[in-house]
Ligand binder design. Structure first.
Ligand SMILES: Cc1cc2nc3c(=O)[nH]c(=O)nc-3n(C[C@H](O)[C@H](O)[C@H](O)COP(=O)(O)O)c2cc1C
Length: 141
């Protein structure tokens, strides 16, 4: 199974998670500004930080212009205060008729105080559990 992890990360938090996920599940990693051809992939992870209660505009634009119909997709986001961005991502993916396998998010509240500490070990390990569960789901289906 070929898996792509595509991320938008302005301050680096989501990138750390995207890299860890890609390494754990043997996926190819791409910044959203240089995405791969999606038809080459069986499963796509899409990740972003939250900006104004939404994924970053670069990820929104990518999703809007991309054919995701029936594509297996998993979404992950980091945020400071709430999951509204994840809800926005879900609605966008539903609108594009993607097959959402799972969604996951983590708070990065302390980023403003201790910038280097997030995502911390436990956030990274729950991201990896999320990613492995997604892969298991696909393998079983
Ligand atoms: C300009 C700006 C706007 C943000 N807006 C939100 C927001 O609306 N809701 C939220 O929960 N977090 C918000 N955050 C926090 C980021 O989503 C959080 O730090 C995230 O981990 C950044 O991800 P990135 O480093 O991958 O870009 C904002 C941060 C910045 C710098």
């Amino acid at each position: 199974m070929k898996i792509a992890v595509i991320y938008s990360s302005i301050t680096g938090n989501t990138k750390k998670i995207a890299k860890a996920i890609a390494q754990e599940i043997g996926a190819d990693l791409f910044p959203v500004k240089s995405p791969p051809k999606l038809q080459d992939y069986d499963l796509i992870f899409l990740g972003s930080g939250t900006y104004g209660n939404r994924p970053h505009q670069s990820l929104i634009s990518f999703i809007k212009k991309t054919n995701l119909s029936a594509k297996k997709v998993a979404g992950f986001m980091t945020y400071a205060s709430n999951r509204k961005g994840l809800d926005f991502l879900e609605a966008l993916l539903l609108d594009k008729k993607a097959k959402i396998i799972g969604l996951w998010g983590t708070t990065s509240r302390i980023i403003f105080i201790l910038k280097r500490s997030h995502p911390d070990k436990s956030e990274l390990s729950s991201a990896l559990i999320f990613a492995k569960n997604i892969v298991q789901k696909i393998k079983k289906s």
